[in-house]
Ligand binder design. Structure first.
Ligand code: FES
Length: 63
């Protein structure tokens, strides 16, 4: 049920307190430096700058 609701709303960007941006929905993530071509339905984007797997969150913000 939640997935259907998310699709009807397009892309949802959720700001997680002291953590990443959670992006859910049907979208294309482009990162020209890293040649990312996949289009996941859910990603967590680092906001703290400490991830060793940029642009994704690797939970380094919790340390
Ligand atoms: S927000 Fe999680 S590692 Fe940066």
């Amino acid at each position: 049920m939640e997935n259907n609701d998310n699709k009807s709303k397009g892309v949802i960007i959720e700001v997680i307190d002291d953590g990443p941006l959670k992006i859910t929905g049907n979208f294309i993530l482009k990162d020209l430096k890293r040649d990312l071509t996949d289009t996941p339905e859910e990603v967590y984007i680092c906001r703290c700058g400490r991830s060793s797997n940029m642009p994704y969150c690797d939970d380094s913000h919790k340390k």
